[in-house]
Write a protein that binds this ligand. Structure first.
Ligand code: HEC
Ligand code: HEC
Length: 333
């Protein structure tokens, strides 16, 4: 075991050397998560860090029974719905292009347009706590937050900080040059999704405890309107490369048109609402074109920001951004 750890450390330092060989400012190395083998949770030891990693894994995969709204201790009710992180971040946060956590440890702090500031991994986790989980922020020093961060650090073992990750986030779809059609999406939904997620989008509860066998896609126990999954291009990219469950990015079941329409239908249903979404993206030129809530820098309709076509909005924002940059003489060079 010791020898194995030593050789891992050696491999890591060689990788780190390779990444830094040309000094700061040189091209960082790429890590292709589609060819990467993440570490195995069964191999985690019983030392203090290992125990924290295992608690993080439990929180990530069984969120509702650890910090969900039905916890007996009100102080532990952090999530506002009974989803689990892994319901979206598939395979416990290791599936490429299903927003994996692999390598994410070394990507923060980073500039985030939603906050308009450089923020930490903890802030990003709390973003999902407050939006995807429709809950409240974990205190930074809480055992839960330390466990999430430990789990993500451990999942990132062997990936240099700042590496360019292939397979992170979602795999973008070719943007259809039309508005999405929720009525056509309803047909895709009843043919392809309802069997698991339910005709009413309510999902299917797990046999024991809180949580779901098939998570809800709308209604009171779903993600709220400020979540990334409530943006059409993000959601369509995710679903095309991950759903029905078991689908991987390299063998999609849905066409991009079907993914676009079906998520427009899902997003047209009712879900919890988050307060004060108007303060998101303080630099409106950096607001993603498919953000379904205003205010916007452009004067395209709210409906077009929800359903597209997005091409014209993107072109307009680019033109406005170029104009703003050219006019900004106060920026230090
Ligand atoms: C309803 C779906 C959903 C759930 C549930 C969810 N997330 Fe997310 N998460 C997302 C989306 C969408 C993104 C943004 C992906 C992108 O930027 O393309 C994201 C991004 C993240 C990121 C940043 C990843 C990166 O590549 O920078 C972290 C960290 C994260 N989530 C942690 C969590 C944790 C921890 C939980 C559980 C407490 C959770 N998420 C639950 C949908 C979800
Ligand atoms: C065979 C069952 C099955 C089918 C069919 C299926 N899903 Fe899922 N879906 C799941 C499961 C299970 C999860 C959670 C995965 C996990 O926890 O590992 C999930 C997760 C999701 C999520 C993220 C979690 C959330 O609550 O938002 C979305 C979005 C989603 N599915 C959309 C769809 C859409 C759209 C379709 C139809 C095109 C579809 N699914 C078809 C089983 C299915």
């Amino acid at each position: 075991m010791k020898l194995f750890l030593l050789s891992l450390a050696a491999v890591f330092s060689i990788l780190a050397l390779a990444a830094n060989a040309e000094g700061p400012g040189a091209q960082t190395m790429d890590v292709d998560l589609t060819k990467w083998t993440p570490p195995d949770i069964a191999g985690v030891g019983d030392d203090p860090f290992g125990r924290m990693v295992k608690y993080g894994y439990l929180l990530f995969t069984d969120t509702a029974n650890q910090v969900g709204p039905t916890m007996a201790d009100p102080a532990k009710r952090f999530a506002g719905n009974n989803l689990a992180c892994k319901n979206c971040h598939l395979q416990a946060g290791t599936q490429p292009y299903a927003m994996p956590m692999t390598g994410v440890w070394g990507q923060f702090p980073q500039y985030r347009p939603r906050e308009g500031a450089v923020t930490t991994l903890e802030t990003r986790i709390n973003g999902c706590m407050m939006r995807s989980m429709n809950g409240r922020a974990l205190p930074l020093a809480s055992r839960e937050m330390i466990a999430f961060v430990s789990y993500i650090r451990w999942l990132s073992t062997g990936i240099p900080a700042g590496a360019k990750l292939v397979g992170a986030g979602t795999l973008k779809i070719a943007m259809p040059a039309r508005a999405a059609d929720p009525a056509r999406g309803a047909q895709v939904y009843s043919q392809t999704c309802a069997v698991c997620h339910g005709a009413g989008g309510q999902g299917q509860r797990a046999e024991t405890g809180a949580g779901y066998q098939f998570p809800p896609l709308w209604g009171p126990d779903s993600f709220n309107d400020g979540a990334g999954m409530n943006r059409l291009l993000t959601a369509a990219a995710y679903v095309m490369h991950a759903m029905p469950v078991g689908t991987t990015y390299d063998a999609p079941v849905l066409t991009s048109d079907q993914a676009y329409d079906v998520m427009a239908y899902v997003q047209s249903r009712e879900r919890p609402q988050m307060a004060q979404l108007d303060v998101d993206f303080p630099n409106r030129l950096q607001k993603p074109v498919d953000t379904p809530y205003g205010p916007f820098a452009d004067d395209f309709s709210p409906a077009q920001h929800r359903l597209g076509p997005f091409g014209p909005i993107l072109a307009k924002l680019r033109a406005m951004g170029a104009a703003a940059a050219a006019n900004d003489t106060n920026q230090p060079k």
